[in-house]
Design a protein around this ligand. Structure first.
Ligand code: C5P
Length: 397
């Protein structure tokens, strides 16, 4: 991640940024896998339960850290009940209620993220999601009154172009003629060629159809037998994935900036851990009402809250909780735009891992679009007065 020198470059900030970069790659890859892996029971896990548990973990950690923080300001023998009372007052007094807004939006965004990542390749999701730089910048100008120079607006134009290029669907000509090329772990369940198709039994065909953009033939004939490759009514699609990621990017920009405004310019000066307790508390209610009860209520009543949970799902939940906490530190020590740069760099890590693990096919169009996105990130990060060649670069980390 590249930082403006005027914002300083403390060890904590650099550590948070590096952690966020690695966490982001790991989270998206694991989350993607958790949505496409063969379900371990009747039903795949309910995403609302994962979002709920993520908030529960964040609440527990934030509360513990808020208690610790508070204990540092009081005498060593202060009873825990006094500490708890102090935390209770900090959380529920003043402008704490304002966290209801980002709580509802972040919960919605986190639910959408599961939809998007289950319908798109992990890297494709990440590149499209970089549009949040655009929305974050716009809301930073509007809400935080931080003007952007010409170069930064230009970098946002390049970013948008890059995202458009990446979102162009792959054409069938790049996929070869007699081979069915899949790009992720569904490979295990899809025969790779018509020859293998003849040997595979129909029940091995994926219970989860791949996104429509992969342009698989709907059926294939081998030795006179025609088999349906894609079930007639696919439940998930590329367009649903793109729609989800676009809305999530818009919500991310607005919510991140709103949280930053409350943290840095709010009428009440509360620590990041108190803000996180407030945020997770209201998010927990939002995830319970909007997710667990409204979105998945029927299924959860039938199959149970922990249906489909295995170590992969738990890892995704833990990584998401860790990411949220680290993100809040980055917002405190730097800002939302710097946070997005860190996750931009994680695209490269995810791409390399996806090629190896998910058999991800990197096309020239994809590489070009990703190159534009990364270049725009770099361009955005160079302060106007310090373009290369004029002054020593103000780059830290
Ligand atoms: O994609 P984006 O960078 O907007 O995601 C930020 C993530 O960090 C969200 O999942 C949000 O729930 C989480 N977060 C958090 N606590 C904060 C700020 C963000 O858990 N204080």
């Amino acid at each position: 991640a590249i930082l403006h020198p005027s914002r300083g470059g403390s060890l904590t900030k650099q550590l948070s940024l590096m952690t966020l970069t690695l966490q982001n790659s790991a989270l998206i890859l694991i989350m993607h896998y958790s949505r496409i892996m063969p379900p371990i029971s009747d039903h795949r896990y309910f995403t609302s339960t994962a979002v709920f548990l993520n908030e529960l973990i964040k609440l527990g950690v934030s509360l513990s850290l808020a208690l610790f923080e508070s204990s540092q300001t009081l005498a060593p023998d202060t009873p825990v009940s006094v500490l708890l009372e102090q935390i209770y007052n900090s959380v529920f007094s003043g402008d704490g209620w304002k966290l209801v807004v980002p709580a509802v939006f972040y919960t919605f965004q986190n639910l959408l993220q599961y939809v998007a990542v289950g319908n798109l390749d992990a890297v494709q999701f990440q590149v499209l999601y970089q549009l949040k730089i655009l929305t974050t910048a716009t809301f930073s100008v509007a809400l935080l009154r931080r003007p952007l120079g010409f170069k930064r607006w230009m970098s946002l134009v390049v970013l948008t172009l890059g995202v458009c290029v990446v979102s162009l669907p792959a054409t069938s000509s790049s996929e070869g003629s007699d081979s069915i090329i899949l790009r992720d772990a569904t490979d295990q369940f899809f025969p790779r060629s018509l020859h293998e198709l003849g040997q595979a039994s129909p029940e091995l065909y994926s219970p989860h159809p791949p996104p429509a953009h992969r342009l698989l033939p709907r059926s294939a004939t081998y030795e006179g037998i025609t088999e349906d490759l894609i079930p007639p009514e696919p439940q998930m699609s590329y367009s649903a994935g793109v729609a989800a990621v676009l809305v999530a990017a818009a919500v991310s920009g607005l919510t991140g900036v709103y949280f930053e405004k409350l943290l840095k310019q709010g009428p009440t000066q509360a620590s990041v851990w108190i803000r996180n307790v407030q945020l997770s508390f209201y998010s927990l209610i939002a995830a319970l009402l909007g997710g667990v009860i409204w979105q998945d209520g029927e299924g959860i009543r039938e199959h149970g809250f922990f249906e489909g949970y295995n170590w992969v799902v738990w890892t995704a939940v833990a990584l998401q909780a860790a990411g949220g906490l680290v993100a809040s530190l980055v917002i405190r020590d730097a800002d939302n735009i710097v946070k997005n740069f860190a996750t931009s760099i994680s695209i490269v890590i995810s791409m390399l891992v996806s090629v190896v693990i998910f058999d991800f096919t990197v096309t020239w169009t994809f590489l070009f679009g990703t190159g534009l996105v990364l270049f725009s990130t770099y361009l955005y990060s160079i302060p106007e007065r310090h373009l290369p060649g004029r002054c020593p670069p103000p780059v830290r980390i």
